[in-house]
Ligand binder design. Structure first.
Ligand SMILES: [Zn+2]
Length: 532
C-alpha cells in the first residue's frame, strides 16, 4: 500500500496536459510498476482515436499512460500488445450473472462467459430482481472470491415481493413505507440505483406513482432508475407508452433514466424505433438524463410464462396460474389471451425452447411449433401443458434488423448483454456488437464502440474509477486482437466462449493471459460511495 501511495503521488505531481484535454504522466524512472503494457494501440474509453502508448500498473491501479523511456520500470512484468487493441475493461450494465457469482462452484464464479468478451465489471440485480441486502451480498462474494468485478442494483420486484408477495394490488401506506426503507438501506449499502421490470409480475401490478415514490429514494443518493419497460410491444400500454412512463418516472423522481435492452418487440411495433428515439431525444434536449443499453441479437430471452401468459392470470404467481388452468372457463380465457400474445411475438415458429424449468419432459433446441407438431397438438395447448408442471426458457425471435441498427446508431445507447442462461447473448454480445456494428455495418468506429462499452457506461452507472485508461483509475484492462475478436456462441450452442481477448486485467491482476484463463480471482464488489 505504501508503495502505491508514494508512486501515485509522484505521478500526480507530474501530470502534463497535451492538446488541451489529454493527461499523460511523465513517470520518474525510479518508481515501481508491477505490469507494463507496451506496443499496443491504446483507446482510453473517451471516444478518442487509438494511440501508440504504454501503460504501467502498480498495486491494481494505472500509474502511467504515455511513452515509456527505454529502461523504465525494468522489474515489471511486460505484456507485448503488438498488433492488439488496449482498452478499458468493458462494463456490462445489464446481466443476470448474480447466480454464477454467488455459486459454490468456483468455475461459475470465474465469470468467464463475460471475461472472454472483455468484460471486467458486471451489473447485477437488473429487471427488478436485485436483493436489497447489498452488504451481505458483497461480503459473501468478497469472501468466496470472484473473477470479474460486480456492482449492484436494488430491485423493485424483489422489494415488492418481500413486502406484499405476488398479489395484484397496491401497497398500503405502511407497506410503501417499508419498501422505501428497504431501498434506502440498499442505497446506503452501496447500490448504484433502482432497477425495475414492470413487464414482469408482480412488478406489473404497480402503478406509476408507486415506482416514482421508490425511485425518489434512489435519486436522493444519486442513484439511477434502470428499467425493463412495462411494455416493449403491444401487451398493455404499448412500447411508446412505456417509454413515456419511464420518462415520467425519471422526471418526477429526479432519477436518471436508463432503458434496459432497448428494442421494438414483435411485428406490431417494428419500425417504431424512429418514434421512440425522437421522444427520447426530446427529453434529453429538455435536460433529462436518458440512456439505454442494447444487445445485438434479434431474439430476446425469456420464459413461456413471461412471453405468453396474460398478466391477470399471474395474480399469485405460477401457483395462481395453475389453479386457474384447472378451471375450464378460466382456461378458455387464458388460452384466448395467450393466442394474442403468441401473435405479438410472431408465432410459434419464433419461440425456440432453450431450457427446462421445473420439469424435464420438454425437448430443447426446437421451436414451440415443432413441439406441437410432434405431439399433434396446437402450440397453445403445448405451451399450456408445459406451464401445468413447470416453465421453459425460450429464445424469442421478435426484433428486426432495421430497428436494431437504428437503436445502435444512437450516441446514448451503450453495449449490454442481458446475459442469461440459454441465450448466446451471455457469451457473445460485446464481440457481436463489434463484428456487426463496427466491422460489418460501419455504424460505429472502434473508438465509439470502446467508449460505449466502457467509459460511457461507467458514467451512466456512476463507477468513478472505472471505464477509462488514465492514471489513478483501477487497472481493469482488456487487450484484444481486432481480427480475432468474435462471438462463437449460437442459439443452438449458447455456451461457447468468445475469441480474441488475449489479456484481461481486473484490478491489476490477469484473469486471462495469452488467451487462457489463469487461476486468479481478482474481482471485487464495487460499492457506490454514498453518504447516509
Ligand atoms: Zn430485462
Amino acid at each position: 500500500m505504501l508503495r502505491y501511495v508514494l508512486t501515485y503521488s509522484v505521478a500526480s505531481f507530474a501530470i502534463v496536459t497535451i492538446s488541451g484535454c489529454q493527461s499523460i504522466d511523465l513517470q520518474p524512472a525510479a518508481a515501481l510498476a508491477d505490469i507494463v503494457i507496451e506496443n499496443g494501440i491504446v483507446y482510453d474509453g473517451s471516444g478518442l482515436a487509438g494511440r501508440d502508448l504504454d501503460i504501467a500498473i502498480a498495486d491494481g491501479q494505472i500509474i502511467f499512460v504515455g511513452q515509456l523511456q527505454s529502461g523504465q520500470f525494468p522489474d515489471a512484468e511486460r505484456i507485448d500488445a503488438d498488433g492488439l487493441v488496449v482498452a478499458p475493461g468493458f462494463i456490462d450494465p445489464h446481466t443476470h450473472a448474480g447466480s454464477d457469482l454467488k455459486s459454490d462452484d468456483i468455475e461459475r464464479r470465474r465469470n468467464l462467459a463475460f471475461a472472454y468478451q472483455g468484460v471486467t465489471t458486471v451489473l447485477i440485480g437488473n429487471d427488478g430482481r436485485g436483493g436489497a441486502d447489498v452488504t451481505a451480498q458483497a461480503e459473501r462474494l468478497e469472501s468466496q472470491k470472484i473473477g470479474t468485478n460486480v456492482a449492484y442494483l436494488a430491485g423493485f420486484g424483489h422489494i415488492r415481493k418481500k413486502i406484499i408477495g405476488d398479489a395484484a394490488r397496491a401497497p398500503s401506506d405502511a407497506e410503501l413505507g417499508r419498501m422505501k426503507m428497504m431501498i434506502n438501506d440498499a442505497m446506503c449499502q452501496g447500490a448504484y440505483g433502482l432497477s425495475a421490470g414492470l413487464y414482469y409480475p408482480p412488478q406489473n401490478f404497480a402503478k406509476t406513482d408507486e415506482v416514482v415514490a421508490l425511485a425518489k429514494i434512489a435519486a436522493r443518493y444519486g442513484g439511477y432508475y434502470d428499467t425493463h419497460l412495462r411494455d416493449e410491444s403491444t401487451y398493455n400500454i404499448g412500447l411508446f407508452g412505456a417509454v413515456e412512463e419511464a420518462l415520467e418516472i425519471g422526471k418526477r423522481s429526479g432519477a436518471a433514466v436508463h432503458i434496459a435492452h432497448i428494442k421494438a418487440l414483435g411485428p406490431a411495433v417494428w419500425g417504431h424505433s424512429e418514434k421512440i428515439i425522437k421522444r427520447v431525444e426530446e427529453a434529453r434536449l429538455a435536460g433529462q438524463i436518458v440512456t439505454a443499453d442494447q444487445y445485438p441479437w434479434s431474439a430476446s430471452g425469456t420464459r413461456i410464462s413471461n412471453a405468453l401468459v396474460p398478466r391477470w392470470a399471474m395474480d399469485g404467481g405460477l401457483d395462481g396460474l395453475r389453479q386457474r388452468l384447472a378451471d375450464p372457463t378460466i382456461l378458455a380465457r387464458i388460452r384466448q389471451d395467450m393466442a394474442a400474445n403468441l401473435k405479438r411475438r410472431g408465432g410459434a415458429d419464433t419461440l425456440l425452447i432453450t431450457g427446462n424449468l421445473g420439469q424435464d419432459n420438454v425437448e430443447t433446441g426446437v421451436t414451440l411449433a415443432e413441439i406441437a407438431e410432434r405431439l399433434s397438438s396446437d402450440p397453445l395447448d403445448a405451451a399450456i401443458d408445459i406451464l401445468r408442471v413447470g416453465d421453459a426458457r425460450v429464445a424469442s425471435f421478435n426484433m428486426n434488423a432495421e430497428d436494431i441498427m437504428t437503436f445502435a446508431s444512437q450516441d446514448w445507447v451503450v453495449t449490454g448483454s442481458d446475459g442469461s442462461v440459454g441465450h448466446p447473448r451471455k457469451y457473445g454480445s460485446f464481440p457481436k456488437a463489434y463484428r456487426d456494428f463496427v466491422v460489418r455495418d460501419k455504424l460505429l468506429d472502434l473508438p465509439q464502440f470502446i467508449r460505449r462499452s466502457s467509459g460511457q457506461t461507467a458514467d451512466i452507472v456512476g463507477l468513478k474509477d472505472r471505464g477509462y485508461l488514465k492514471p489513478g483509475m483501477a487497472a481493469d484492462v482488456v487487450i484484444f486482437d481486432p481480427e480475432r475478436y468474435a462471438p462463437r456462441a449460437t442459439y443452438q450452442q449458447p455456451r461457447r466462449l468468445s475469441t480474441g481477448v488475449e489479456y484481461l486485467l481486473v484490478n491489476g491482476q490477469m484473469l486471462i493471459s495469452g488467451g487462457t484463463h489463469t487461476d486468479e480471482m481478482p474481482g471485487r464488489s464495487l460499492l457506490k460511495d454514498t453518504q447516509c
